[in-house]
Ligand binder design. Structure first.
Ligand code: PSU
Ligand code: MN
Length: 307
């Protein structure tokens, strides 16, 4: 797609034109999902993992009103260090472009921009979903809406238990979004390989997953996204009882401190990270690396099927 607001990095543009594998990466995880300096190290490392897997990385953000598909190390440094970068979901994109501001894109906004650029595979840590208590707050992430509307496959470690995982899966079913777990019969919950819920569908490995993406978009012509849950490697799992008390306390703090709207998820992520003495950060880094490697392998297989 041609867009005056879209700046596709030359390396990314070249790979797309040649039909080679490209993996999109989000930037909210850099600005709002992890502390400095781990966020910057992670952003650079993950790009390296995608390259090592034979794909071209395209980290996405809005920089001074330009939607950048592929960022320079200077841009990554800026997003990792400057406080107050706007957390941008899909609805924020026109406002950012019109006002020339900088925004770190969520899964939803990253999917939207990736699709505009022609990128089909995207790696992240965890996706947004239905919040606990959503029956009253109506707080449901725009990530789910975007998955229904935009043909990008999102590789995540499942849904963090700051959310209502069961209702998130219900919502994805209603929205018609295929949900597959890579190599497991259990739906993972970010820090854990299990959630107490079964995998809606299971596929084993990048080739099988790429075949499903090809079926969705090339054979059936569907316009939806696909959620690929990739369980955290077993050696990095954090035991559920270690994390659940911390999450319950963070959720209680939300009410006490009156946090609402777009600030809810960053607040919960920060609290959980602070209160687990870095154990959750180590797990978070491990699963993001794992997702980047898996996404690269899927993108490579998918590019072969489309050739
Ligand atoms: N979950 C995580 N880490 C994250 C996010 C979610 O474990 O960094 C970020 C992602 O960018 C996701 C966003 O798209 O939070 C969802 O925010 P909200 O719930 O406000 O839609
Ligand atoms: Mn919300």
């Amino acid at each position: 797609m041609n867009s005056t607001a879209l700046q596709v990095h030359p390396e990314v543009a070249e790979a797309l034109a040649a039909g080679r594998a490209v993996v999109a990466l989000e930037s909210t995880i850099i600005s709002h999902g992890m502390p400095y300096p781990q966020n910057e190290e992670m952003a650079l490392e993950v790009e390296g993992i995608v390259r090592a897997g034979g794909a071209v990385p395209a980290t996405i953000a809005v920089i001074d009103g330009q939607c950048q598909i592929g960022l320079s190390p200077e841009h990554l440094h800026h997003l990792a260090t400057v406080g107050g970068v706007v957390k941008a979901t899909t609805r924020d994109l026109p406002w950012l472009v019109a006002s020339g501001f900088t925004g770190a894109t969520t899964v939803a906004a990253t999917m939207k921009l990736a699709a505009m650029a022609g990128i089909r595979v995207f790696a992240t840590g965890g996706i947004g979903g239905v919040h606990r208590g959503a029956a009253f707050s109506m707080d449901i992430s725009a990530d789910l809406t975007e998955m229904a509307a935009t043909p990008v496959a999102v590789v995540s470690a499942g849904v963090k238990s700051i959310l209502d995982i069961r209702l998130t899966l219900e919502r994805l079913e209603t929205l018609g979004v295929p949900v597959v777990v890579n190599g497991s019969d259990d739906f993972p919950s970010f820090f854990s390989r299990t959630s107490g819920l079964p995998a809606p569908r299971r596929l084993d490995g990048p080739h099988e997953i790429a075949r499903m993406l090809h079926a969705a978009w090339q054979q059936l012509g569907l316009g939806c996204g696909v959620s690929i849950a990739n369980p955290i490697p077993a050696e990095f799992e954090v035991p559920a009882d270690e994390i659940s008390a911390v999450i319950d306390q963070a959720l209680a703090d939300l009410d006490t401190e009156g946090i609402t709207g777009q600030d809810v998820t960053p607040f919960l992520l920060k609290r959980v990270m602070e209160r687990t003495e870095g154990r959750s950060l180590a797990a978070n880094l491990a699963l993001v690396r794992n997702n980047a490697a898996t996404a690269a392998a899927i993108a490579v297989e998918y590019a072969k099927l489309c050739a």
